[in-house]
Design a protein around this ligand. Sequence first.
Ligand SMILES: [Zn+2]
Length: 163
Amino acid sequence: MKNVLAGYTLRVPLPVPNVDGLHAGLAIVASAMCALWISAKTETRKAVEARRKAEKALRELKEQPERAEFRVERFELLWFPVVTASIQTMEITGVNPGLPHCAKDAVPLGLDKNEWVCARCGSRHPESLADTMVLDTISDLAIKYFQERRPGYRVLIKGRKSA
Ligand SMILES: [Zn+2]
């Protein structure tokens, strides 16, 4: 017998993929957009992180006490008092008059037999040139200079009146 199936066209359905050109294109676009969205999210997260870090650094910087050194020439001697202040609260929290220095050599003097002596030029000064009263005067001057430079800072040091 001849081919019984002759006359019939065998139609085997081709395995048609569920995605045609359009859908494939859309899928690509969608995945690209998804990638963009993820990368945008990553970028946003990075930006947020960078901003957070910058703010933290700024906050730490503000919390760090500010130190300002001044040069004071008084009583034949040279002083380099240091004023410490809080930038955040605008308060002067400390003042250190430091050691007396030789006015000529700008080196700190050392005490020798109740006299301040310069190790470089050998000049001698009475010990009283750095007594409590003098130290207070130097400290007051340093605070005054600081407040001239930074108006609005209050003095917050124990045993010292607020200016
Ligand atoms: Zn000297």
